[in-house]
Design a protein around this ligand. Structure first.
Ligand code: GLG
Length: 815
């Protein structure tokens, strides 16, 4: 196996600079060195990639195909260097050349093929699968434009296309010979084969060639390299005169356009469904390509298609890939001539589904009309799956129309993708204990009652390799100096850090590291159009997608409240605080964009008000993404996890903050519940309504926020200021809708749907406690260390081991 020493690496970089750019080291730009270094690292990876593949083949191990429309990878170079344990060698060579690795890393585009938590979870899972030695293939889409870049202009979010492939991506490998054809549209002709069986033939369709690009997923120090396979679309018949002559001119152009459009752009919606036809095309495109390939690969080495579930499992990351169920049926029925019963048996033993949200606006339902035109054969199959399923319901529940209404796959002119996924899967899981409970008791109750054994919980996790080892080198060394480095591959070892929580020297050192990380972030902020901030202030951070249920609005309203109190009483006892936000809003989500504007407007006023003596500052970090996230987590004192209880399925940012020693200020929602359990609720700041209370209100028509508004003068004052131009004399119209949403109910929305006013006072009180607690530096340091010490459960390694044991049943491979 290839290992690089210093001279070999230097030589390799020089060679690549020559081949790629005709340059010497001394003439090369940072971008060129980044490319040359990446290709050199890829050379090392390739050998391990090939030997991993060989080992998997020889042992004939079972493979999980993790189907996900999103993989939010973050930069690869730094992570790969760490995983290959080449950091020392690389640093030495770069030092010789006279540049820093961090600067080279900055040249890498951040492959942002995802929106938020769901996509980042997929990336963490792949990291863990490789590190733990399981055979896995991530299956996704090679979007030409990933998540948009956010620019803030005049306080407003502007979306700029993210052309991440512009300079080529050194770590990907095109695999032309593994292309497959994916068909859309046309109609289905039924004929009989020579044995008299019915055959279903799709005719007059449009098609594209799905071409895979493979990205290596390097395990930490174990020589295992799995594959993330992202599909690109190319035209099947290149536009030429030939087809024109045959009268196929129209078709040729159409196919060309179809291929061009499918992988063009990632839909920038997080936890929100917009029923766009192109989105369905994307879904079927990558699912069909992935499943076709998986079955072909299985059949290369095995004879009996019936035994597919022994070697293959398809995990559907949310409902986006749930056409998997029907596509696998299509292949088994139409290509392998199996009977319905045989095909169904195989399908329902190979497919598993993860639910990531209870938000109704995220539920995918496709109009029959649109769906059946685009995927005529798939639609037929879903109809048949539905017909048979309804027969079961009728038998089991005496034709109870209630059950049919809730559980039918096709209902009211729509195909309900979650129902398809559940019916076609042997496992259905939620992503935190509370979330799984709510699924069982509310959202998916009827399914749970019918098939309780399918349901299970897999609390999310994160990879400590990226979010501590790579993102926070100072704290990593601190931990390793005390408890050794086993935590890197087994986060439960962190528990050993507990004995240092009370040690004054460790406390001081911990706080000094936090301080250094705050300095690093302050510099970054200054460099990226932000204000000057004081690293001695409390860094109070909320970074995540902008969504009403995540309640950035509650946070900024508390800031307004604090500011107004401070104006009234300039001598108020207050620990200097920097409120840091980072969030992208989906491009069409107007209210979310107005909240971004509000945060920025409030920030402008506060940051420029000399009279408050820099006691509070508000920062909105532009273009929040994986690469700056690593730095932000490292610098946080307070982790804002303030979603309306019951709405955040899990959250994973909460875990990254904890790992970096920030204290959680949060509601009892998602995985916050388990975080509080692990570290002890006394070491967190919990506030607000519980999920049960929220659900109770929702079932009884909500509550009346006007009552709070009328009686709470603090609330009334900030709300008035919001719309009267106090924070923005020119654009305050933008805030009227926010104001209305808190007080008025319209259409289907209740007033203050997310209980912001209801939780306001409880939040203010929790914030007060945070400030009191921070005054006691020793308590704070102890508690922060305890948070790090107790984060063991939240490693994605633990999550993956649970998936493996309960759902996937994979064998571990060591090399
Ligand atoms: C979802 C949920 C998050 C969850 C993530 C991963 O909203 O709460 O942590 O998936 O399971 N759309 C998401 O990001």
């Amino acid at each position: 196996m290839k290992v690089l020493n210093k001279d070999e690496l230097r030589h390799s970089i020089e060679e690549y600079l020559k081949i790629l750019y005709r340059k010497e080291v001394s003439e090369a730009s940072r971008m060129q060195i980044y490319q040359a270094l990446s290709y050199s690292i890829k050379d090392v990876i390739i050998d391990q990639w090939m030997s991993t593949h060989r080992a998997f083949e020889e042992k004939d191990v079972k493979t999980v195909y993790y189907l996900s429309m999103e993989f939010l990878l973050g930069r690869a170079l730094g992570n790969n260097i760490i995983s290959l344990k080449l950091d020392k060698v690389v640093n030495t060579v770069l030092e010789e050349i006279g540049i820093k690795l961090e600067d080279i890393e900055e040249e890498e585009p951040d492959p942002a093929l995802g929106n938020g938590g769901l996509g980042r979870l997929a990336a963490c899972f792949l990291d863990s699968l490789s590190t733990l030695g399981y055979a896995a293939v991530g299956c996704g889409i090679r979007y030409k434009y990933g998540m948009f870049k956010q620019v803030i202009e005049n306080g407003f979010q502007i979306e700029v296309p993210d052309d991440w492939l512009k300079n080529g991506y050194p770590f990907e490998m095109k695999q032309d010979d593994l292309s497959v054809i994916v068909k859309f549209g046309g109609y289905v002709r039924i004929t009989k084969d020579e044995l008299g069986r019915e055959k279903y033939i799709q005719e007059n369709y449009s098609s594209v060639r799905a071409v895979p690009y493979d990205l290596p997923i390097v395990g930490y120090g174990n020589h295992i390299v799995n594959t993330l396979r992202i599909w690109d679309a190319e035209a099947t018949n290149h536009f030429n005169l030939d087809s024109f002559d045959k009268g196929d001119y129209q078709k040729a152009v159409e196919d060309q356009n179809l291929a061009r459009s499918i992988c063009e752009v990632l839909y920038p919606n997080d936890s929100h469904y917009a029923g766009k036809e192109l989105r369905l095309k994307q879904q079927y495109f990558f699912v069909s390509a992935s499943i076709q390939r998986a079955v072909l690969k299985y059949m290369e080495k095995h004879e009996d298609i019936h035994k597919l579930p022994e070697k293959v499992v398809f995990q559907m990351n949310d409902t986006h890939p749930s056409v998997t169920v029907a596509e696998l049926m299509r292949i088994l029925l139409d290509d392998y001539n199996l009977s319905w019963e045989e095909a169904w048996e195989i399908t329902t033993h190979s497919c598993a589904y993860t639910n990531h949200t209870i938000m109704s606006e995220a539920l995918e339902k496709w109009p029959i009309d649109l769906f059946s035109k685009l995927l005529p054969r798939i639609y037929q199959l879903i109809e048949e799956i539905n017909r048979r399923f309804l027969m079961n319901i009728k038998v089991q529940y005496n034709g109870d129309p209630n059950k049919i209404e809730k559980m039918a796959i096709i209902y009211n002119g729509h195909i309900r993708m979650a129902n398809l996924a559940i019916v076609g899967s042997f496992s259905v899981n939620g992503v935190a204990e509370l979330h799984t409970d709510i699924l069982k008791k509310q959202q998916l109750r009827d399914f749970y009652e019918m098939t309780p054994d399918k349901f299970n919980n897999k609390t999310n996790g994160i990879t400590q390799r990226r979010f501590l080892l790579h993102g926070n080198p100072l704290l990593s060394s601190f931990v390793t100096s005390r408890i050794g480095d086993k935590w890197i591959t087994n986060l439960q070892h962190m528990k050993n850090l507990e004995e240092f929580a009370k040690d004054p020297k460790s406390q001081r050192e911990f706080m000094e590291i936090k301080y250094q990380n705050k300095v690093r972030l302050a510099e970054y902020i200054k460099l990226h159009n932000g204000p000057e901030i004081d690293p001695n202030s409390i860094f109070d951070v909320q970074v995540k997608r902008l969504h009403e249920y995540k309640r950035q609005l509650l946070n900024i309203m508390h800031v307004m409240y604090l500011y107004e109190e401070l104006k009234k009483n300039p001598n108020m006892d207050i620990v200097p605080r920097t409120f840091i936000f980072g969030a992208k809003a989906s491009a069409g989500y107007h209210r979310a964009k107005a909240i971004i504007k509000l945060i920025n407007s409030v920030g402008d006023v506060i940051n420029n008000d000399k009279s408050i003596n820099n006691k509070i500052k508000v920062v909105f970090i532009e273009n929040y993404r994986v690469s700056n996230a690593e730095m932000i987590f490292a610098a946080a004192d307070v982790s804002e996890q303030i979603s309306t209880a019951s709405k955040e399925a899990s959250g994973t940012g909460n875990m990254k903050f904890m790992l970096n020693g920030a204290l959680t200020l949060g509601t009892l929602d998602g995985a916050n519940v388990e975080i509080a359990e692990e570290v002890g609720v006394e070491n967190t700041f919990i506030f607000g309504l519980t999920a049960d209370e929220v659900i109770h209100y929702e079932l009884h028509g909500g509550y009346n926020p006007r009552e709070i508004y009328d009686h709470d003068m603090g609330v009334q004052s900030i709300m008035k200021h919001m719309i009267e131009g106090y924070y923005d004399p020119i654009n305050h119209d933008a805030f009227q809708d926010i104001y209305n949403s808190l007080l008025d109910s319209y259409q289907l929305d209740r007033a203050d749907q997310y209980f912001i006013l209801k939780d306001f006072r409880s939040y203010v009180e929790a914030q007060r406690k945070v400030q009191e607690a921070y005054k006691d530096k020793s308590w704070w340091a102890k508690t922060a260390i305890l948070n790090v010490a107790n984060c063991g459960k939240f490693s994605s390694d633990r999550t993956i081991e649970e998936y493996v044991k309960d759902i996937w049943k994979l064998e571990k491979v060591t090399l």
